[in-house]
Design a protein around this ligand. Structure first.
Ligand SMILES: Cc1ncc(COP(=O)(O)O)c(C=O)c1O
Length: 397
């Protein structure tokens, strides 16, 4: 017999075998809507959603049905064979995606989507210079690492294959200086995620479009975290009225089934030489079935819901911030919200957990709220009340 709780037991057995890079604090075995249930039966409100992944929450009936139906029919169909579910998924994707995005290469994760975007940008321009932003995060594979601002992710793997130039996010003049006729592409997150939830001004994104066009460079929107409805439009950059040459997606697109997508214009797509890119699992029917379910929900009213409930959550958080000087700023769009404190937030996150709420940081001083897109107004209220409580629990601490 062990004295450990079931959760603790799982955490210790897990730690014995995984890479050691992660330090789990909870052990979840089930989910229902916006709640997670741990191995001891304790329920938590999930404001993290696997870091902006579980867009339909947990065990959503339509998602369960679609995955189950697909698994019982066909789960393997590489992209050199057409497949009904993947075709329907692509058709839905391009009913929602803004112009000129008209074609997609399907893959399995965000970093893989960005790797592919780099290759397409190089093929389309014949250049290999990349401009990225300070605080930006694009993924962990070697081809993408040079685009990450955080040095601790890059430094252990020097020498990298190339060096990106980094500009301050939002600084139009700096972008003007950094982009020239050797630039293949500018990589921008329309809302920086890992960097602390910083939305770009529409004017900045419009200037980026103008500058890249003038120099024959591509504009790549990294929508891995901000895309698939999280900000209340299908892609966040739509709100600035700009057209991207490439947009990368992953995370919430299939609500938890691994997926990535490189959306691009016809012109960019045509530039890749035959055999220039490929994938075994990308676009598999299981991921396509999950993705199609998400897209149908977005088309069926979920985008409006994100705008409404996101607006409500934001108003409640702004009120909380007005009454408490420990909060420096509340930022974000739709259901991608950051609450920046004047202090480190680890104790506040621990206090939230003790109150039955799972959230995550974005940098040391920002509490990030990226809940399932189906979160209700009552659940959003529960989130804000728990945050207010967690702030009380940690006052003077
Ligand atoms: C903006 C952005 N791009 C790329 C990635 C990498 O995605 P993945 O972890 O699926 O490789 C992330 C992950 O957090 C991200 O937020």
């Amino acid at each position: 017999m062990t004295d450990l709780s079931h959760s603790q037991d799982l955490i210790e057995r897990d730690a014995a075998h995984h890479s050691g890079l992660f330090k789990p604090r909870q052990a979840f075995v089930r989910g229902e809507g916006c709640e997670l249930i741990d191995a001891d039966g304790r329920r938590y409100l999930d404001l993290m959603a696997g870091i902006a992944v579980a867009s339909l929450g947990h065990a959503h009936p339509a998602l369960v049905e679609a995955i189950t139906e697909q698994a019982s029919r066909l789960i393997v169909a590489p992209q050199n064979q057409a497949n009904d579910t993947r075709t329907e998924f692509l058709e839905a994707l391009f009913r929602l995606a803004p112009t000129p995005l008209n074609r997609a290469f399907l893959c399995n994760s965000g970093t893989e989507a960005n790797e592919g975007a780099i290759k397409w940008a190089r093929a389309a321009t014949g250049r290999h210079g990349f401009v990225a932003t300070k605080r930006g995060f694009s993924g962990r594979t070697l081809g993408v690492l040079p685009l990450n601002w955080t040095k601790k992710y890059r430094d252990p793997f020097e020498p990298l294959g190339y060096q990106a130039s980094f500009v301050s996010y939002g600084d139009i003049e700096a972008l003007e200086e950094a982009v020239d006729d050797t630039t293949a592409a500018v990589f921008l997150e329309p809302v920086q995620g890992e960097g602390g939830i910083h939305p770009a001004d529409a004017a900045y994104l419009q200037a980026a479009r103008d500058i890249t066009r003038r120099h024959g460079a591509l504009l790549i929107m990294d929508e891995v975290q901000s895309g698939a409805g999280r900000t209340g439009t299908f892609l966040a950059h739509e709100q600035a009225g700009v057209e991207a040459d490439i947009a990368t997606m992953a995370k919430g697109l299939a609500s938890g089934v691994p997926i990535g997508a490189i959306l691009m214009s016809d012109e960019v797509a045509a530039a890749m030489p035959a055999g220039g890119h490929g994938t075994t699992f990308g676009g598999n029917p299981l991921a396509a079935a999950a993705g199609l379910t998400v897209l149908k929900q977005l088309e069926g009213g979920l985008l409006e819901h994100v705008r409404e409930v996101g607006g409500h959550l934001r108003r409640r958080l702004d009120e909380l911030a007005e009454g408490d000087k420990r909060i420096r700023e509340v930022r974000g769009v739709g259901l991608m919200i950051g609450i920046e404190f004047k202090e480190k937030v680890a104790p506040i996150l621990a206090a939230l957990e003790a109150r039955g709420v799972v959230a995550i940081n974005a940098g040391a001083t920002v509490v990030r709220m990226v809940p399932p897109l189906i979160i209700t107004q009552a659940e959003a209220d529960r989130a804000v009340d728990a945050l207010a409580g967690a702030m009380e629990d940690t006052r003077g601490g």
